[in-house]
Design a protein around this ligand. Structure first.
Ligand code: HEM
Length: 495
């Protein structure tokens, strides 16, 4: 429970006895906080049951918490569900800031998600992109419909699955398919509000069924990973026997982690549970976020045909009519990068950066109590007219002459967070997303299919932009379209 600070807490609405402000929390928590901070200011205190919550909703406040007082907020705020699902907080994202987290950060920065591995996995990303475009091409031949939300999820999950475990979705019930469903279940449950986290005397009750759901997720995940790890160990053993005891070169994350488990001199002793927790982390952190970001960016482009046109003109100018856009074109696709930034401004896949205060401090003249939860509401910052002209307009031009990047130093745009706990997959995402978005719009136009199953015509913004709740926030309704092929020569190169 929060230790109440002696000084003045930041302002906030009047609290009710026991529940505090819990009654104000709606399903889309970042919307609730956005509305409340419009009344109470960019630094706000709420009492969620017995827990203190601090909500920061301005670039200045984001800087104060994530940079100036970074070490006080170097931990993530775990919950009953995250503790359980992440094998008692031994995943990367939920591990306390300390020796274990630093060890994993080092491996992931320099090995798993480092430049060498990203280059090594480039053929996989290209292959997955081509396979997505191939499917859209196939459908376009007889005006078939495609659930783009599902296909983008499959695309990003296949990339992560190949990088982590060397598997990809082949059939409907394949292991990667099971992993994909699990990834979404995890990000959804991690972002839901469990009253038992906040009202201490409800801790032992499972009023909303969170315990049951998290047990089900952990069991399904554990079964899947046990199977995969056992198979891999058998293959490694077999290869070692064949090669006279020589260790095979690591081909993916799982190989690297199994090497660390076997290494007697490793800095940190890892167990199988560590490996499972880390795989879970990368699955969940890397699948939904990338897919949702592509889904939002594409939806905005469909809703803003002039922007789409301009993006295509750039692709046609830079890449020409004969070949598919590639990741190496990235630096020359300035407008596409502005489109990605604009999409992140309005739709940060993780709308709030959540941390926990590990040491009481003073910010903006107010006491921030130890153990309070911190929510930096980047969704709110992105829609605030104080920082952005006409914030609800999708206008990538605003980034063309701007120095703002997404790497955690410009506090008005933090889609990947900031500081030591910044997203571990940022480089991967920044390489993969612009190329994938550009390739999809280079090759296809899209006719939107509405909820009633009819092609939507004559509507100014045909794609519904409402959000689904969760730690990552995808569209509430899937983006379903009829793809219409446009770059015949490029499509012919796909085979
Ligand atoms: C568009 C794609 C992505 C977005 C928008 C995104 C966003 C974020 C954000 C906002 C955070 C929290 C940062 C903070 O607290 O300051 C985070 C953390 C993290 N992300 Fe990503 N992410 C993306 C893709 C990925 C990918 C592809 C991976 C891995 C393959 C990944 C792995 C992680 C991990 C492990 C953490 C936790 C880091 C830590 O606690 O130290 N993310 N991400």
């Amino acid at each position: 429970r929060a230790k109440w600070a002696s000084g003045k807490l930041p302002p906030g609405p009047i609290a009710l006895p026991i529940i505090g402000h819990l009654h104000l929390i709606g399903p889309l928590i970042h919307h609730t906080f956005h509305a409340l901070s419009a009344k109470h200011g960019p630094l706000m205190h709420l009492r969620l049951g017995s827990i203190s919550a601090i909500v920061a909703s301005s670039p200045d406040m984001a800087r104060e918490f994530l940079k100036t007082h970074e070490l006080c907020f170097s931990m993530r705020a775990g919950t009953i569900v995250t503790n359980y699902v992440t094998y008692d907080n031994i995943s990367f994202a939920f591990a306390p800031y300390g020796a274990y987290w630093k060890f994993i950060k080092k491996i992931s920065t320099f090995e798993l998600l480092g430049n060498r591995m990203l280059a090594q996995f480039l053929p996989i990303r290209s292959q997955e992109l081509r396979s997505l475009l191939g499917l859209l091409h196939e459908k376009s031949r007889d005006r078939g419909r495609v659930n783009l939300s599902q296909e983008l999820l499959r695309f990003s999950n296949n990339i992560i699955c190949m990088m982590m475990l060397g598997i990809r979705a082949s059939g409907t019930e394949g292991e990667a398919e099971v992993a994909r469903r699990l990834a979404r279940d995890v990000t959804q449950i991690f972002g839901e509000f469990n009253v038992s986290d906040f009202v201490w005397f409800l801790r032992k009750w499972d009023l909303q069924g969170f315990k049951r759901r998290s047990e089900d997720i952990r069991r399904r995940f554990d079964e899947l990973l046990e199977r995969i790890v056992n198979e891999r160990e058998a293959v490694r053993e077999e290869e070692r026997r064949r090669d006279g005891g020589k260790r095979r070169e690591a081909r993916d994350f799982l190989d690297m982690m199994l090497d660390v488990i076997e290494d007697e001199n490793a800095e940190i002793k890892l167990t199988r549970d560590h490996v499972k927790a880390l795989v879970l982390d990368f699955f969940t952190a890397g699948t939904d976020t990338s897919a949702a970001s592509l889904e939002w960016a594409l939806s905005e482009l469909i809703n803003y045909p002039k922007v789409l046109q301009k993006a295509r003109e750039e692709i046609d100018r830079v890449v020409g009519p004969d070949r598919l856009v590639e990741e190496s074109d990235g630096p020359n696709l300035v407008y596409i990068h502005a489109v990605i930034k604009e999409a992140f401004r309005l739709h940060p896949a993780i709308p709030m950066i959540t941390r926990k205060c590990v040491q009481e401090c003073e910010i903006g003249g107010y006491k921030i109590p130890e153990n309070s939860m911190l929510f930096v509401n980047m969704w709110s910052v992105g829609r605030n007219p104080k920082y952005w002209a006409d914030p609800l307009e999708f206008r990538p031009e605003r980034f063309l002459d701007s120095h703002v990047d997404m790497k955690g130093q410009h506090f008005e745009l933090l889609p990947f967070g900031s500081g030591r706990r910044i997203c571990a997959g940022m480089s991967l995402a920044l390489q993969e997303l612009p190329a994938a978005l550009a390739a999809v719009i280079q090759c296809f136009d899209f006719e939107v299919v509405g909820p009633d199953g009819e092609v939507v015509r004559g509507k100014e913004h045909p794609v519904d932009m409402s959000e689904r709740q969760g730690l990552t926030v995808p569209k509430a309704t899937d983006l379903v379209c009829v793809p219409v092929a446009r770059a015949a020569k490029v499509l012919a190169t796909l085979g």
